[in-house]
Design a protein around this ligand. Sequence first.
Ligand SMILES: NCc1[nH]cc(CCC(=O)O)c1CC(=O)O
Length: 312
Amino acid sequence: MATETLRIATRKSPLAMWQAEYVKARLEAIHQNLTVELIPMVTKGDIILDTPLAKVGGKGLFVKELEVAILENRADIAVHSMKDVPVEFPEGLGLEVICEREDPRDAFVSNTYRQIEELPPGAIVGTCSLRRQCQLSEVRPDLKIMDLRGNVNTRLNKLDNKDYDAIILAAAGLKRLDMEYRIASYIEPEQSLPAVGQGAVGIECRIDDERVKALLAPLNHALTSDRVLAERAMNLALEGGCQVPIGSYAIIDGDELWLRGLVGKPDGTEVIRAEIRGDRNNARQLGLELAEKLLAQGAKEILAAVYDSSDA
Ligand SMILES: NCc1[nH]cc(CCC(=O)O)c1CC(=O)O
């Protein structure tokens, strides 16, 4: 039988390469005649490293080049951390598959302290996420939150150089890169509600590409898909397209989906929380309804203020 090929557009960061290799390995294991080729690319987000993300235009920066490659038929699919995928897609592209979720939690990483509670007053914590900053500052307004950019290794190097007392990273990224041992403690969702889609890998392709969609279909994980669908619907309704202090986290028990949402001021002085439970088959609807609850509590005003101050 003739061999078939499929091309993956990917960023070159170690985490992006891990994710692309993971999808390649799974596809090749399922489809005996398939050869998967990686096409590594540099995105704007990889180049602009010295400016806070919120100021350079947010997460879309990391995916645009990959999407253009698919649209121009230089690649068939792009593999993304769901956390970094904008809520809307360019015409002709869509998210076809979401793979099984890794650990969605944030992780506390430090060479000195075991957990947030141990940090001395005024300690310096590195994160570029307004969502992490908000939730950390809410309980520990004394902490000095400093911006921290770059890929996972760069961030760890900055910690090791003693630029920070601790940093917060996604547990999933550290686990994937075999650096779980760097995690001092896990931060439970009650303390740091994860970002939309955190820990899940998604696959984007041309929506009319039936050949590729059939190849990808076995990788879809229904539970993860419903969870992320609810989280993304909430985010979409809040127009949280860019780098924003929004958390959204769904879990499923039987047929019930439990979605928690959070919107807050980056400095933690005001944090709005809401939650909703319902049939997992209504995942999207639950997300939209939760957004309404948050908006009714003043989420719009908080988000508008964040966008204004970041000139986004
Ligand atoms: N913003 C970068 C990014 N995008 C996805 C992950 C981690 C892996 C994941 O959430 O799937 C990370 C690193 C981090 O936040 O520590």
